[in-house]
Design a protein around this ligand. Structure first.
Ligand SMILES: Nc1ncnc2c1ncn2[C@@H]1O[C@H](COP(=O)(O)OP(=O)(O)O)[C@@H](O)[C@H]1O
Ligand SMILES: [Mg+2]
Length: 367
């Protein structure tokens, strides 16, 4: 006999949901979340933060938008009753109040989720809201950064997961988004064989060519993703490429920083810009064992640079220049100068094998 909640098997995606008590082996994290959500909803209805107003206020600060949004929200979070769910719309707040039960999906998430994201539904037995829960156990406040960055990303036109809210309970933060099905994380493919047999892997290489331009489009809107590894990039059903996992992103005020003048030295804009490319390179170059996808593993630095330039850097630079040409505020000479610095930086990074030095340092720390 199936239990009541097993009847929530979803025909469309084949997920089966359990109440946490009925789960064969519920994780501590899931049980803590259930406890947190219950006590939040029991104490007070969700609080609504008017994010556009908050972001306007945050833009008056000299700090990055990400930082000052985070600080303003953190200030708003009632520490005496930290048990409260915060959301960005009264519609969501009202809906959440009507969905008292939490059921957890048995479908486990890819091992690549450092935060052990899990899927669940909020339900009244009838209506179901399918959610993804991202716990922040080490740094609970990062749930706020993730939530704020997700809202900033959407306000700049990026396809981030629809935010539901965040809560902080007993030292753990949780960022909750609406679960989305029609996406494929880019690390879910056999990248290590792709260069040996490019004919068979044509579609994958074609997808990879979309990543550089996506990065350029984000940066041209003053967003530095911070962690654009392949596992944090997804392909939608329409074949377009998008970023997920916004916790490390930095949003600047809408000032087109990447197009600002440079005095020829590497400043923080150039650094953030180059860092995105380095992280992307790292995820392509590291072996699967080292949490990469192994695409550029076992090649000489010269060969790595040659492939990375062809598949990522050139399409990336072309997109940047095209965007600059379309923009009235861009000074093409400044853009070229800054991108020249970025290219030089990433070229040295690859040719000098810096990624392997940092891997060796990491191994030493672990040993
Ligand atoms: N709203 C969502 N809908 C569908 N899948 C999601 C959602 N949120 C997270 N995921 C899945 O969980 C994985 C981990 O999420 P991510 O934000 O990258 O956290 P982590 O820091 O653990 O990597 C993603 O690769 C994605 O597959
Ligand atoms: Mg991730």
């Amino acid at each position: 006999m199936p239990t009541s909640s097993e009847l929530f098997a979803e025909a469309t995606i084949g997920s089966i949901y359990f109440s946490p008590e009925e789960m064969p082996d519920p994780s501590e994290t899931v049980l803590k979340f259930q406890d947190g959500l219950r006590s939040c909803m029991h104490e007070k209805p969700p609080a609504v933060i008017d994010f556009p107003i908050l972001a306007d206020l945050a833009a008056r600060s000299e700090k990055t938008l990400t930082r000052s949004c985070g600080e303003l929200i953190s200030y708003r979070v009632d520490r005496s009753v930290a048990n409260r769910l915060y959301t960005s719309s009264s519609d969501i707040a009202q809906e959440l109040v009507t969905l008292p039960d939490l059921l957890i999906s048995r479908t486990s998430i890819a091992e690549t989720s450092a935060h052990k994201v899990f899927f669940a539904v909020l339900t009244d037995g009838d209506t179901k809201l399918r959610i993804a829960v991202k716990p922040f156990e080490q740094e609970p406040e990062k749930a706020i950064t993730e939530w704020a960055n997700t809202l900033l990303a959407r306000s700049r036109g990026f396809q981030a997961f629809a935010p539901i809210g965040f809560l902080i309970h007993e030292g753990v933060g949780y960022a909750i988004t609406k679960r989305q099905d029609d996406i494929e994380p880019m690390d879910n493919a056999e990248w290590s064989a792709a260069l040996f047999d490019p004919e068979t892997h044509g579609a994958m290489l074609n997808d990879l060519l979309k990543v550089g331009p996506a990065l350029a489009r984000a940066q041209a809107k003053d967003c530095f993703h911070g962690d654009p590894q392949l596992k944090n990039i997804v392909i939608n059903q329409d074949g377009t490429v998008h970023f997920i996992d916004w916790e490390s992103a930095i949003f600047l005020k809408d000032s087109k920083a990447i197009w600002s003048a440079t005095d020829g030295t590497v400043d923080h804009v150039t650094n953030n810009t180059a860092k995105d490319l380095k992280v992307l390179f790292g995820s392509l170059a590291r072996s699967v064992k080292d949490k990469g996808v192994g695409f550029l593993d076992n090649l000489t630095p010269q060969a790595q640079w040659s492939y990375f330039r062809e598949l990522i850097v050139t399409p990336y630079l072309e997109e940047h220049l095209e965007l600059a040409e379309q923009s009235r505020s861009a000074n093409i000479d400044s853009v070229m100068a800054r991108l020249g610095l970025v290219e030089q930086e990433i070229y040295s990074y690859i040719i000098n094998g810096e990624i392997y030095e940092s891997l060796a340092r990491m191994r030493q720390r672990v040993a």
